[in-house]
Design a protein around this ligand. Structure first.
Ligand SMILES: Nc1nc2c(ncn2[C@@H]2O[C@H](COP(=O)(O)OP(=O)(O)O)[C@@H](O)[C@H]2O)c(=O)[nH]1
Ligand SMILES: [Mg+2]
Length: 310
């Protein structure tokens, strides 16, 4: 277990390499250049945190805490300054957002998860990763291929379902809600544990597409009054501040229950997710750190923040 955790942390660190090197180099540069820590240092630290997309509110809190702590503490080493920043960030998270409640899943059969997000963020890949995770946990998993918008989408999902070894129903329809209807019926009759619904990459300013999401929700709700159990919004970490607009738009239109951040392996701006999660009181549930089904982790604020300001 310990080895596994270390592996996970290393992978996360690897994934956050760009963000970390970016932050680390800049912070080191600012601190070691100065003989004393003065107001200018704090301004520079503030600018560094802002550049990683932490946002002004969160940055302000961290800087203000660092300033007061340093007034009372003699140790002004780089290590200590980073520790103060890390601890403050973590305490904000601990107060606001606790960890995932896994026992919920056992209470529903099937437990229905819908994956949404704009085009290319990694919805289908993430769905495959989730399918793999649940399959490995011994769950009976079925996929609803409700991205009927793109011809290649179903083929992509079919390939994933074969590779992972979970089921996908072929529904001969271009209507996403009828794909969901048929898949859910099969899931109910055959006592599946988990239904994963893939959806089309919708532009968040495209009302027609949002309308389509509503139709899927309606059908789901008609068959199972408690469903969907989760609506997970997939965000590409390369999008930087733009993910704020995406969360706002989706959250306005449908009730998002959690966030998944993908492509952390290729960005220097991992901070935006912390900002968004706090602002919207939305839990980050998983992280995507590569293209294979294993490049997937449950979000752990402590590990994330440690890898972030290392
Ligand atoms: N590096 C990296 N690539 C990813 C990750 N997640 C998805 N991708 C890639 O992003 C591209 C779009 O993914 P896809 O799942 O088809 O996005 P969708 O349009 O939202 O369904 C594909 O090339 C994926 O392999 C990730 O965590 N890291
Ligand atoms: Mg897709």
């Amino acid at each position: 277990m310990k080895i596994f955790q270390n592996l996970g942390l290393n992978k996360l660190k690897e994934g956050l390499t760009k963000t970390r090197i970016n932050l680390f180099n800049k912070i080191t540069e600012v601190i070691s250049r100065k003989a004393i820590i003065d107001e200018e240092t704090f301004n520079e630290l503030e600018a560094i945190l802002l550049s990683s997309d932490l946002g002004s509110e969160l940055t302000e809190k961290i800087i203000s805490k660092t300033r007061t702590s340093l007034l009372n503490i003699n140790d002004r080493s780089l290590e200590n300054i980073k520790k103060i920043m890390r601890d403050e960030l973590l305490s904000i998270f601990d107060k606001e957002l606790n960890s995932i409640n896994h026992s919920e899943i056992e209470k529903f059969k099937p437990y229905v998860i819908m994956i949404v997000g704009v085009n290319g963020t990694g919805k289908t890949t993430t769905l495959a990763k989730l399918a793999n995770k649940y399959k490995l946990e011994g769950k009976k998993v079925i996929i609803a291929s409700a991205d009927t918008f793109r011809a290649a989408a179903n083929t992509q999902l079919k390939t994933w379902s074969n590779r992972v070894g979970v089921d996908l129903v072929e529904v001969n329809s271009n209507d996403p809600s009828s794909v969901v209807y048929d898949t859910l019926n099969i899931a109910i009759i055959n006592r599946y544990d988990i239904v994963l619904i893939d959806t089309a990459g919708r532009l968040h300013n495209n009302l027609d597409l949002m309308e389509e999401l509503h139709k899927i929700l309606k059908v789901t709700n008609k068959l199972l009054d408690y469903a969907p159990n989760e609506v997970l919004l997939v965000l590409d970490s390369n999008s930087g501040q733009n993910i704020i607009a995406q969360v706002d738009a989706f959250n306005k239109s449908i009730k998002i229950t959690g966030l998944i951040l993908t492509k952390l392996d290729g960005t220097a701006k991992g901070g935006a997710i912390l900002q968004i999660s706090l602002k919207n009181k939305l839990r980050v549930k998983y992280l995507g750190i590569g293209e294979t089904v294993d490049d997937f982790q449950e979000f752990n604020a402590k590990l994330f923040i440690e890898a972030f300001i290392n």
